[in-house]
Design a protein around this ligand. Sequence first.
Ligand code: HT7
Ligand code: ZN
Length: 877
Amino acid sequence: PKTIYLKDYQVPEFLIDHTDLHFTLADDMTTVRSRLSMRRNPESKTQDASLVLHGQDMQLQAVTLDGTLLSASAYKVDEESLTVASVPDSFVLECETLIKPQDNTSLEGLYRSASMYCTQCEAEGFRKITYYLDRPDVMSLFTTTIVADKAAYPVLLSNGNNVDSGENSDGSHWVKWEDPFKKPAYLFALVAGDLEFIEDSFTTCSGNDVTLRIFVEAKDLDKCDHAMQSLKRSMKWDEETFGREYDLNIFNIVAVDDFNMGAMENKSLNIFNTSCVLAKPETTTDAAFQRVEAIVAHEYFHNWSGNRVTCRDWFQLSLKEGFTVYRDAEFSSDMGSRTVKRVEDVNFLRTVQFAEDAGPMAHPIRPESFMEISNFYTVTVYEKGAEIVRMIAHLLGKDLFRKGSDLYFERHDGQAVTCEDFVKAMEDASGKDLSQFRRWYSQAGTPQLAVSGRYDEVTSTYSLTVKQSCKTVQETPKAFHIPLAMALLGEAGALRLQLQGAEPNPDSADNTELVLDVTESEQQFVFENIPERPVPSLLRGFSAPVQLHFDYSRDELMFLMSHDSDGFCRWDACQQLGVLALKDMIAAYQAGQDMQLEPRLLSAYQHLLSDESLDKSMVALMLSLPSEAYMAGIMPKADVQAIHIARMTAKVEIADQLQALFLQAYKANTLSQPYQANEQQIAARSLKNTALHYLMLSETEEALALCLAQYQQAQNMTDSMAALSALVNSSFEQQKQQALADFYQRWQSEALVVNQWLSVQAGCYLAGTLDKVKALMAHPAFDIKNPNKVRSVVGAFTANAVNFHHQDGSGYEFLADQIITLNALNPQIAARLLGPLTKWQQYKDESAALMRKALQRIMAQEQLSKDVYEVVSKSLN
Ligand code: HT7
Ligand code: ZN
């Protein structure tokens, strides 16, 4: 496969002013007729070029130029394109193509999911629908007519407004849609099916009434309310926070079962994976309720950050994704607890994105090259991209950041632009210089910040020395501009900060927090008039996506855990104490010695469980030891078995020692009110189920009784799954089998619940899980063509470190088999599943060799898709 480079970008040679599409959906074949009003792009250097349109996997029937049918010699078709040798400066091109959505298992382009037709065009799926200039800087006005059998497909949807419709004598009907906004083809959508909907409305800030509909299969109609309420909250929030008003009188969401990602922001017709839109207490966990709200918001926010202002090319993907993730994270923070949201996001970033940045697929948030763009919908582009926007917001301050985003939207409305345009708008609006900051866009890798502190009693000064470094597999980047938020904590609280050589900061009322501009590879910051030896609170709120190293003593971590006013730092201090405790135990295990649990950790947990004034969600988060994946990421040549055994030993010790407190927390947080997915209830359930988890680790009869009672009496899926998961990972074999059978029996007709049943089993850390996973793949509930099922079984298994990394390599071989099968069916999903194998350098030599062997077996297959080839070849390099 060919590599495409950002440096080779050229403006399009042709533009498409109008795109008129006509679909006839029939069982054996779909006919697509397109009518494109085109002209040469005056900005292109080549004014005599042939017309080359993208297109693949379809059968071309006829091409007409300005009404004249072209003979076969006037054009050329290959696997990926249609070339018309000679065209005038302005013309109308019509194509008729045949496609087979019913055979399209890649879930890109037009495909079938259950009994409906739907589309997924981002990034390059439109070229599987008709020949087109399938690139985001070609923006066009679309009209779409859909013809289909009326009984089977009563609902026919596309972008924009429904402008006409009618019926034919053969039982078919048709609907014509017109989108008044120019858009790139990746935002095109079509849906046809036997769907029902819930409807609501929203009146925008300037008084426009918008009809909101969520379309689902009839059986799911009772699971749409939460998404609808989330949508209305998002619309209001975007008006208030970013001044963004919705721009049409209609906004539709459709839920589909087969979908490669979470959802898609097609103009006025968002298409969602059912798992990201359907929710009701009986079938949906708290975490999934929160995910629905966040994803509904994310897709809605794209209407401005992505649709009204779109990307010039796919290298700019983070322009829309990073910014929109930042926007949805701010929304979630405003809807719930800001600290909890921050901790969850940082935990994810540090575990998953840092690993990507340290591996062979590392790339800057604006990549410089790719073979297959679908491989770059990554945690780096999304989550690290959002961190870069967050740093800009931090550096500019709230008001200037808003001024910058207003300028960006106003300046570029209706355009396809670049990350540079975004940064420039921020600079122009604020007057701040972001030149060095721009390196975050072009350099990969996680900067390492080594910080040390020295207190001088004689001069009452405290000096912080900050050294930054960054290494990636490919290169050593130049120094980043890193905003380092910090405070100095004394016995009685945060100390006033006076930085040597700086004016006192008038913005901050008490001057106890500062953001240091770290811009060099080594810098010193001296604070004056510091009356006592302080404990520094560093990287407050996780002010930059870096790995911080400060040699805190365990007592200092204990101090930060209870005294830092920054919630993120309190949580992080607890995590770092957990890291030190686990490292000791891992080392002891590897040396064949007894594993001793750090007593401070036990007393910290004891304190967390005893102090009723603390936020319950935060307590639950702090009671969770650093994950095995996080530990693997920070240890050279990770020994997965040792990490797992040490961590389990620590957990069982904590469970045994603090049994009474866990029981008390369990009882105190058992709610009697009806379920609500609100902050308080979610927090209480989270703490209660954390307590249940620990209680079950002690495997007492009392814990088992509690767990079984919770499982049997649960009125909501959060409690039900927490109990089931505790049972599945316990040695109460008979009760476990009974609960699993009962659960399936009860929920077999609810696909999303069955997926949770699959994943709790695939994620079981006990021995023998791989055989169970293989059996699950033969179960009628499994379907390899459905990405949600694949993620629930294969994805959950690969996240189950101790089983996936079994020393005999069986986990790797199993994954390679699945990737080889999926390569032919759904290359995007196959390539995504490869992720865990690509991180082989993180693991001890024996594991790394077996992981490479599995990769080599995949590499040796014939007919590897571009998606899989790119990831495997780069990982083996
Ligand atoms: N912008 C959407 C991207 C997306 C996608 C990309 C590749 C393959 C399938 C896909 N489905 C959706 C999702 C989003 O970030 O909002
Ligand atoms: Zn997005």
